[in-house]
Design a protein around this ligand. Structure first.
Ligand SMILES: Nc1ncnc2c1ncn2[C@@H]1O[C@H](COP(=O)(O)OP(=O)(O)OP(=O)(O)O)[C@@H](O)[C@H]1O
Length: 259
């Protein structure tokens, strides 16, 4: 589990995150949503330690990272898998080399063990026979799968994904969402996803944090969001007639399940 307490972050005295507290639970898909520029990426980067915070606490399994020794920080870094916006694969490396990269950096496994692990992870994300291909030779959806395989190759406890569906068609987005959701449960890890995708919100949001202008406005799960009276959140999530329609259908589905 990851907990943040009273987190504040400014850039040149311009506050970007204002006193945010929340918990991201283990074995659950935690989503951060909010308008463009609301502070989602800054929050994610602060949690993984890519940005220094001004105030507050970031606790991994109850331990404040501010008090970690260098050794503990290094160990935490290896427990973190990241799927960056756009995938961020190395263009000059093959699919296999991309996924093996963290193993080459951090593990002392033999070549055979590394190859077995790479193939296991590629199979886990449903990619077979693409080991020798380069990122430019595969589709956007496959590149996301490779990025996920690379993110889980070191068996992380925490998985961070920044806009994993950006640039994907709706069908592929659903497949990627389901894959991340399933991996989160199978590996029992803490997953945090930044997203704009309202379909993700309604399908895989075990825990949803809504931020606006750097402030926490709402949190809850994918069922609770259907019934929220929070005006700002409603305007953001159910702005389009399509999503309002989807909300009606989902509410009916929930009623049917309960009766
Ligand atoms: N390194 C930086 N220096 C100065 N300002 C920054 C920096 N990084 C982010 N910001 C500012 O912080 C605010 C929040 O940015 P952030 O990237 O977190 O938004 P976001 O919610 O992730 O947006 P999007 O959905 O478009 O990716 C923006 O106003 C941005 O300009």
């Amino acid at each position: 589990m990851i907990e943040i307490k009273n987190l504040c972050k400014s850039f040149e005295e311009r506050p970007v995150l204002k006193d945010i507290s929340t918990k991201f639970e283990k074995g659950k898909t935690n989503l951060i949503i909010g308008q463009s520029g609301s502070g989602k990426t800054v929050l994610l980067k602060s949690i993984v330690g890519l940005l220094e915070i001004d105030e507050g606490e970031i606790l991994y399994n109850g331990e404040d990272v501010a008090h970690f020794s260098n050794k503990e920080r290094k160990s935490l870094r290896q427990d973190i898998g990241m799927v960056f916006q756009g995938g961020a694969l190395f263009d000059s490396l093959t699919v296999e080399e991309n996924v093996r990269f963290p193993l080459d950096m951090f593990s002392k496994q033999t070549e055979k063990e590394k190859l077995d692990r790479v193939n296991f992870c590629l199979e886990r994300v449903d990619i077979k026979g693409a080991n020798e291909l380069y990122p430019a030779e595969i589709s956007g959806g496959m590149r996301k799968r490779v990025a996920i395989a690379r993110a889980i190759v070191l068996n992380p406890k925490y998985l961070f994904c920044d806009e994993p569906n950006s640039g994907l068609d709706p069908m592929t987005s659903i497949l990627i969402d389901n894959l991340i959701n399933q991996i989160t449960r199978d590996l029992d890890i803490t997953t945090i996803i930044n997203t704009h995708d309202m379909n993700s919100v309604m399908e895989i949001g075990d825990n949803i944090l809504f931020i606006s202008h750097g402030e926490k406005w709402w949190e809850g799960n994918k069922n609770e969001i259907l019934y929220t009276s929070n005006e700002k959140l409603n305007d953001f999530v159910f702005a389009s007639p399509l999503y309002r329609e989807m909300r009606t259908l989902k509410k009916q589905e929930l009623k049917d399940e309960q009766s």
